[in-house]
Design a protein around this ligand. Structure first.
Ligand SMILES: [Ca+2]
Length: 210
C-alpha cells in the first residue's frame, strides 16, 4: 500500500479496494461518518411528455414520448451483484466475477471481492453505485388506417384498423433494467431495488361503426 492511501474506519483497505476521499479536513486521513456528504439528487430537474398526431389521407400516426432529466438513482442491483452485500450470499454477475480486481488483474473496472464486510469497501454506500437516470422514452406509438367511406359495404359507416405499441425504446445511460425506478417506499425515491422493468407491448385492433 502507498503511504498516502486513505483508510476506512472498520475496513481493511487493501489493493483493489475502492478509494474514498477524506473530506472533513481531518489530518489522520481516516474516512468515517464525518466524511459523509450529499452526493446526488433523486428528484428530476425536469420531467415531462410530448405527444403529437399526424394525419395523411386515411393514415393516422400518434407518438407520445416521456422523459426526465437531472436525477440520479442508487443502483442497488449493482450493489448486490458486485459484491456489496457479500454476507447475504447473493449471486454475482459474470462480468464482475471475471473482471474483478485481483493481483493478476489489477483493473480499475471493478473492485476486489471478499466474503466478509471487514475486507471489502464495496459494501459502503458511495457514489460508485449512483448513476444518472435521465431518460427519454418512446412511450406510445399508434398507427391507424381509416378506410374511405365510399369503399365501405354491408352498412358499415366507419372502419379503422390500428396497431398500438408501448415502451418501444428508451434512450438512457442508466445501466439497470429501467431508469424509471420505483422502490415501493415513498421516502426512498431514486432507489432502484431491482425494480421490474416496464414491459414492451403491442396490440392490434379494428373499430367498426354501423
Ligand atoms: Ca475523515
Amino acid at each position: 500500500m502507498k503511504p498516502d492511501v486513505v483508510s476506512f474506519q472498520g475496513v481493511n483497505v487493501k489493493p483493489g479496494s475502492f478509494k474514498f476521499k477524506n473530506i472533513d479536513g481531518s489530518t489522520d486521513n481516516v474516512v468515517n461518518e464525518y466524511d459523509k456528504t450529499i452526493i446526488s439528487h433523486s428528484s428530476p430537474r425536469f420531467f415531462g411528455g410530448i405527444g403529437n398526431n399526424f394525419k395523411y389521407k386515411g393514415l393516422e400516426l400518434s407518438v407520445f414520448l416521456n422523459g426526465q432529466y437531472g436525477n440520479e438513482v442508487f443502483n442497488e442491483s449493482r450493489y448486490r451483484l458486485e459484491g456489496g452485500a457479500p454476507l447475504a450470499y447473493l449471486n454475482l454477475t459474470k462480468d464482475f466475477w471475471e473482471n474483478r480486481w485481483t493481483p493478476e488483474n489489477p483493473t480499475n473496472r471493478y473492485g476486489t471481492f471478499s466474503v466478509d464486510t471487514e475486507n471489502t469497501t464495496a459494501s459502503q454506500v458511495s457514489s460508485y453505485y449512483v448513476e444518472d437516470a435521465s431518460f427519454l422514452r418512446l412511450k406510445t406509438v399508434t398507427i391507424g388506417y381509416r378506410f374511405p367511406k365510399k369503399k365501405l359495404i354491408w352498412g358499415v359507416s366507419d372502419l379503422k384498423i390500428y396497431v398500438t405499441a408501448d415502451n418501444l425504446y428508451t434512450w438512457t445511460k442508466y445501466s439497470g433494467f429501467d431508469p424509471e425506478v420505483d422502490s415501493n417506499v415513498f421516502l426512498l425515491q431514486g432507489f432502484d431495488r431491482i425494480s421490474y422493468p416496464r414491459s414492451r407491448s403491442a396490440i392490434a385492433g379494428v373499430n367498426i361503426t354501423f
